[in-house]
Each structure stands twice: as C-alpha cells, then as structure tokens.
Design a protein around this ligand. Sequence first.
Ligand SMILES: Cc1ncc(COP(=O)(O)O)c(C=O)c1O
Length: 471
Amino acid sequence: MPAVASGAKSDDLQSGNDAKRFFNLGYNTPMSISLDPNTRSFELFKRAQEVVAGGVTSIVRGPSAGWLPYPPMIQRGDGSHLYDVDENEYIDYVLGHGPLILGHRPRNVTQAVAEAILEYGNMFALPYEMEQQVAEKIRDRMPSMELVKFNNSGSEATHCAVRLARALTGRNKIIKFEGQYHGWTDATEYSYQPAIKDLGPRTAPRTIPAAAGTPMEFAQFVITQPWNDADLLRKTLHDHRGEIAAIITEPVMANSGVIPPAPGYLKFLRELTREHDILLIFDEVITGLRAARGGAQELYDVRPDITVLAKALGAGFGVAAYGGSRAVMEPVARDEILHAGTYNGNVVAMSAASATLDELDKPGTYEHLERVSAKLATGAQEIFARAGIPVQVQRVASFFQIYFSSKPIREYRDAAQYADLVKFRKMQVALRKRGVLIYPNGLGRWFLSTAHTNSDIEATLNALEDAVPEL
Ligand SMILES: Cc1ncc(COP(=O)(O)O)c(C=O)c1O
C-alpha cells in the first residue's frame, strides 16, 4: 500500500495525504540545472540517501525545497561564509534559516557554551540559576514576557502557546494566516504553501494540512485567513463569535518571502483581539531579536499576549521560549498545562542564549545589521532597475526577499500568483555558481548577520550584476 494516497482531486481533500506536498509552489520548477554531477557533494548526497531518509534531516535542506539537483554538502562555516566539501566558498545568506544572527561559529557564544558544559555539565533535570538569568534578559528586552518557559525548538514553543490560549479561553479554534509557518506540529501545520487551486475563495479560505499524515479532522480547529485584510478578519471573527481562542501571527510574514504588516495592521489585531476577548500570539521565531532588539513588538509598538521566540535566541544552538504576562502564564505556572521536555533549559541552550543576548547588546550591533542589510537590498534593487527587470525588494531589518513581480506582495496569494519563482530559481543557481548562497525557494528570504562585512555585500552585488544576463 502506498504510504501517501495519490490521485485525489483538489476539491476532495480528506487529509494532509491529499495535500501531498509541503512545497507546492516553486517545487519541480521546470528548468534544467547544470551543476557538475562529478562532485563530492553529489557523491555524499547519494550515499546519505542510502541511510538518511531523503538524504537530509529537515525538509528545507533537500531537493523538494529547491536544492536541485542536490544540495551542497557542507564542511564548515565561519563568520558569514560557508565551505562545502568540494572546496567551494559561499557568502551565506541562508544562515541556518535565521538563527545565525552572529554568523557561523560566533567566538564568544561558542566559547561560553564550551566553558559552561566543561565547568557545570550539560543537563541536570533540576533547576539552576542560568535559566532565571536568561529569562530576565528576555524580559528586559520584551516586557510583555513577564514569565517564560523554555523549549528546544520553535515548533514546540508555538504548540505550547496555542495550548495555553485554548486552556485560558476554553475554546479550541485558532485563526492563522495563509502562507505563515508556525512549525510542524498538528496545532498549526496548515495552509503554509498550498497550491493555488486548493486555496478556496479568498473570503473563506480552506484550511489545508501542510503535508501527509495530518487528519483533516484537526483542520476544523484552524480558521485560515489572508493576511493584511482588516475588514475580512473583522467579519470572520464576528461570524465565529465565542469560538476562537487566539489569533496567531508572525508579526512580519517571513515564510512567504518577507511581507511587512500594512500600516496599523498589528495595532488593529491588538484591538480586535481585545474586543473579542481572545489572545494575540506573536510568533517571533524569526522576528524576535531580529526586527529590533525587542523584536517586532518593539518595532511596531504592539504588545501581544503570548510571544514565541527561537532561532536567533541561541545564535544557532537549539533553544526556544514562550511567555506572556503573569496573568496569562498563570495556568502554566500552576502546572495546569503540561510543560515537559527532557532537554528544556539545558546548559547548552541556556549558556548559548545568555551569551547571544549579551553579544546582541554590544553597542553598534543593530546599526551594523541595518547598514549591511540596507546596502544589499538597495544595491540589488538598483541592479534590477538598471536591467529593466521588475522586482519587489521587501525588507524588514536584517531579512528581506526579492520577488520577481511588478506588483507589491501583501499576502500569500499575491506571492503565489505574482512572484516568478522560476526566475528566482535561476538567480539562486547563478549566484550559487558565483559563491553566494541563498535559499532556492522564492518564498524564502535572505538573512544577514553581524559577521557580514561591507566587502561581503560588495562581492554579492558584483555576483548579482554578473548573474543578471542568466535570468
Ligand atoms: C515563524 C516560525 N515559527 C516557528 C518555526 C518553527 O521553528 P523550529 O524550526 O525551531 O521548530 C519557524 C521555523 O522556521 C518559523 O519560521
């Protein structure tokens, strides 16, 4: 029996099995990619496929995410650069999909982690002081997080946040937005990059499990909406009065490219959720510590009820957290909500987070991030303008995306319909050949770090200028 059902029509989705693919857009883009097949990367990738399912340990690292015909096998990372096993050197803008805000192997964080585990051990299964120190440092930059709990990944932490909202309200449904990603759990894994034909009407989008194995029944707990549309959301909440526990949102959409909130939209979400007495969850897994020192909630001056952090919190070491006001976190503090995890708050995670937050607090950090990010995004925009290729370069702080589109991208449906993902893939391949690494899916984004220098940016812009004729 095949593991994944096939042949279902799009109007006949019974389960995630029928949604079939996590990446529906930009997948299998019809273009041949001429990368040398006689490389050690390819050889190792083929060998990996014999023992590691699919050859990679996260879906975003393999061919289905666009690393075609095979991903580069990495030997080491250093600062803003990655080196593969074929001695290719890349300026890296994937940056582990966001965590590496200090670049690869940041000396002070790496040293702090090594010293901590050598000095104390790596886990105790009992509390210790470093947990409270990290919690204090988080609260200092995000006052909305009066009480926090630690997890190991963003997926776990968002799952906990949704559970908390359900427990607080006694309601089961949540609202999430099309094209946003909140991790791979059954709580939120819906309508991430659905195929256009599956989306349903914009005024009543379908909730589509992101991949096989998620029962369609679970989707009844998730109402999906297009982002940045205040009127529609107001109506939807009105129609579902008394059913909704929370609205969960990335405060800047960073999983369908980069889509900033329309002016006033986050404040609108804050007011609307108050009006309906439901919780506002900001998934700041990408934006926290990146959009600003205090995350997107500082940048846009909106305090959510629950915040989720991960990625940059550990500069590449696995650590996540969720938190809110004392009142909101009360059921967690009283152990009415299960919060468990063998590795929660382990010494590697806590020492990494502590040292990362200290590094980010050094003078000039955010100014540097802004300078290199603006220089790259503006430079890219100018190159495409000179070449007469219409693009939208949408940036917030140290992450941005280039959409090959003549129209601005304000929500997932815009990205799915207007962005030319084939052209994006061509750009990615052309840059990869020229020593610049970006994520191949045109609905990803470019990340920058404190390790990126002016000369990295100049080299990247030169590579881009050189690559343009290949598009
Ligand atoms: C906004 C957002 N939330 C949650 C997650 C899940 O985090 P993790 O991969 O650490 O489980 C991600 C991962 O990319 C993310 O971008």
